[in-house]
Design a protein around this ligand. Structure first.
Ligand code: 8YV
Length: 322
C-alpha cells in the first residue's frame, strides 16, 4: 500500500513528482496549524522546513514513521521525543555546506568593507567626489578568523579564509579537526583566547541547550573593539540585546548577521538602523542550485526512511530499532 506523505513547504515540481510516484502526497500550509496537525495524524511521513514541530503536534499520529527536514539544522524538533516515538528524523547536511560558507564569507567581506552601507550611500546620491577616510573599511586578508564550531560549514569557511585570504584561523570545537589543522593551519584554542585574538568571530555551532546564549555581554567584552561578529548559524546562539548594546557602545566594531532571535527580524529591531550591521534574511543556503539539491536530498531521505533503506543523513539512529 502506498504511504501518505505530508508536504509542508513548496517543492520544485520535479521533486514533488518524485514523491508522488512513491507515495500519496498531501500538501498543507503549515500556517494553518489545525489542518497541518490533522494531516500529520494520518501520515506516514512529512517533509518541509522552517516550522517548529512540537510533541503535542504529533500526539496520536500513530502511523508517523519519518520526518524529513530540508535543512541541516534540526532545532525545530524535539529529537528525544521523536526517538521515543520511533520516528526517524532526517536532514540535509552535505549539500549546503559550500553555499552556506559563501554566505558567511559574504558577511565577512560586506561587514569589513562596509559594502551594503556604501552601496546604499551611492544609490542615495551621496557620491559627489573622490572618497576619503570616512568610507574606508578594514582589511580581511591576513587577519585572524576565529571559528566557533569547526564542523562541515566551519571547515569550508576555514578553507576559504586560509587558502583564499591567507588568514590565520583559530577555532573551538568539541574535538580537534586534524584535517583543518593540517590543510589550513587552523589552531584549536579555548573560547576566551579565540574571542581575545580574533578580528572576525564566526559562529558555526548548531543551536542546542549548550550553545543557546553562547555569546553574551561577557563574551562580547572579551572581543577586540575592532572585531566583527559573524553569525549565520542560529540567532539564539547570541544574546541579541547584549549584541545591540555592544554595537551601540563600540564594544565591538560591527556584526554580519544572517540569523536572529526572531525571524523575520521585527521591523522595530534596532539592528535594522545600525550602520555597522549587515543584516540578511536567513539566506545561508539560499541559492537555486543548493535549495534544489536540498529538496531532492530531503525527498530521497524521506522515501528511503519509509522504505527502511536509508543509511545516512539520519539524526536519531536510535529511532530505527523502535
Ligand atoms: C534554512 C538552514 O533555514 O539548513 C539549515 O539549517 O538554516 C537553512 O538552510 C532552511 O531550513 C531552508 O529550508
Amino acid at each position: 500500500m502506498k504511504k501518505t506523505i505530508v508536504v509542508y513547504k513548496a517543492l520544485p515540481s520535479e521533486i514533488e513528482a518524485y514523491l508522488r510516484k512513491n507515495a500519496d502526497v498531501v500538501n498543507v500550509d503549515p500556517n494553518d496549524h489545525a489542518a497541518f496537525v490533522a494531516a500529520l495524524k494520518t501520515a506516514d511521513g512529512a517533509i518541509g522546513a522552517s516550522v517548529k514541530i512540537t510533541p503535542d503536534m504529533i500526539e496520536g499520529a500513530t502511523k508517523l514513521k519519518a520526518l524529513s527536514t530540508i535543512s541541516v539544522g534540526y532545532d525545530q524538533f524535539d529529537v528525544d521525543d521523536l526517538t521515543r516515538r520511533g520516528i526517524v528524523l532526517t536532514h540535509t547536511p552535505d549539500v549546503l555546506t559550500e553555499s552556506t560558507a559563501d554566505t558567511v564569507f559574504a558577511l565577512i567581506l560586506a561587514s569589513a568593507r562596509r559594502v551594503v552601507e556604501l552601496a546604499e550611500w551611492v544609490k542615495e546620491g551621496h557620491w559627489k567626489s573622490s572618497i576619503g577616510e570616512a568610507c574606508f573599511g578594514v582589511d580581511v586578508q591576513g587577519k585572524t578568523l576565529g571559528i566557533v564550531g569547526l564542523g562541515r560549514i566551519g571547515g569550508a569557511v576555514a578553507r576559504r579564509a586560509a587558502l583564499g585570504f591567507r588568514m590565520n584561523v583559530l577555532y573551538t570545537n568539541r574535538s580537534a579537526n586534524e584535517q583543518a589543522e593540517k590543510e589550513f593551519g587552523a589552531k584549536r584554542v579555548g573560547l576566551d583566547e579565540l574571542l581575545a585574538q580574533s578580528d572576525f568571530v564566526c559562529l558555526q555551532v548548531p543551536l542546542t541547550q549548550q550553545t543557546r546564549g553562547l555569546i553574551g555581554a561577557n563574551e562580547l567584552k572579551k572581543m577586540k573593539p575592532s572585531a566583527i561578529l559573524i553569525n549565520a548559524s542560529r540567532g539564539p546562539t547570541v544574546d541579541e540585546s547584549a549584541l545591540i548594546e555592544a554595537l551601540k557602545n563600540g564594544t565591538i566594531r560591527g556584526a554580519g548577521l544572517d540569523v536572529f532571535e526572531q525571524e523575520p527580524l521585527p521591523a522595530d529591531s534596532p539592528l535594522i538602523a545600525m550602520k555597522n550591521v549587515v543584516a540578511l534574511p536567513h539566506i545561508g543556503s539560499a541559492t537555486h542550485e543548493t535549495r534544489h539539491a536540498m529538496a531532492r536530498n530531503a525527498a530521497e531521505n524521506l522515501i528511503g526512511a519509509l522504505e527502511g533503506t536509508l543509511t545516512q543523513n539520519i539524526v536519531n539512529r536510535d529511532a530505527l530499532g523502535r
